[in-house]
Design a binder for this molecule. Sequence first.
Ligand code: ZN
Length: 417
Amino acid sequence: MKRSSFERYKLKKTLEVLEKKKGFHTELVSLYIPPDRPISDVTNYLKQEYGTASNIKSKSTRKNVMDAIQKILALLKNIPRPPPTGLAVFCGAIPTNGQGTEKMELTTIVPPEPINTYKYHCNNKFFLDPLKGMLVEKDTYGIIVLDRSEADFAILKGNHLEILKKITSGAPGKHRAGGQSARRFERLIEQAGHEFFKRSGDYANEFFLEIPDLKGILIGGPGPSKNKFAESSYFDYRLKNAILGIVDLSYTGSSGIDELIDKSRDILQNVRYSEEKTLVQKFLTMLVKDDTLVAYGEKEVRQALDQGAVDTLLLSEDLEIFYVTVSCPNCNYSEELTIKKDQLPSLEQEIQNRNCPSCDSSLLSIKTVKPIIDEFGELAEQTGANVEIISSETEEGQQLKQAFGGIAALLRYSIEG
Ligand code: ZN
């Protein structure tokens, strides 16, 4: 399953918020429900935990744990079965301002990947490791470490390394046997090298050509063999085109593979950067060619989203703009505003001192504050558009943020007029 950068962004932000929450004691409940676990099992389990919790000595901890379990039980009543990837639930009394100010909070997350293990966890922090693991890039890379005497093949998928095969060249040693002519010795070496490269190339084809989402190939090794091999025609041109880097190493074998991954961090990060560059460049090219097929800025893009005309939405990752709704509970008056993060305190102040323009009551208040990335990202997903979160690490990313307000879209069709 391919995950969008928007999904990753949303999960990352939610986890950042949950990570900061701390209870006074071991009273925050984390619950991981795998997709195949019947809700009735979970409910029975929680009822038992509820019974156990009644023995907790500290009165406030006891109350908070029991309240949290009850709140989760109430939630599960409305869920007939877990979603296809399972469900993670976080519930607990979070202090807002010192002891005695705890507020019961509940967060549910439908994870982007299936939950494998059922887990009930009670601590003074939420248990987030299984979800954090899902943030890791799951892109797949082919790895070849090679010198004149051996070659090692591996696949790197996210943080998971799978070592596939080691072959040796059987090349003759550096010193020729007595009586052997120098020419004959050289020919033997050449012959062995040729066969070794050929076998290496065949394995590379066998291992890597079949991988559907292969992001690229990394080649490394001590000495010049890796370069000769990388430039050779011993393996498929598609793999050759996918070579991301040729890296000089001190080792071969599994130490060499580790070294190669370590030295390739920047290369791997650059793969995402170059995707981001390409996306923004596509927008810029279209802007010049036919500007009715692009939109940028908050107002224009929102209009395109409302019409379902957006094909790909580009959002700057550090876009600190919020979408605020202000409403009056007395007469149902409401207004919507877009503000920068640092304008929020002064807006709060202003709303407090202002009366409702419709009924003149003093009840006007801020109802919701939502990051514009979430607001637009969700709108886009509802209409089946791709959402790409673009970092500011590249020149193109900077340009998107500064020249286009951090919001741009490639359209499916022209919406002029
Ligand atoms: Zn009003």
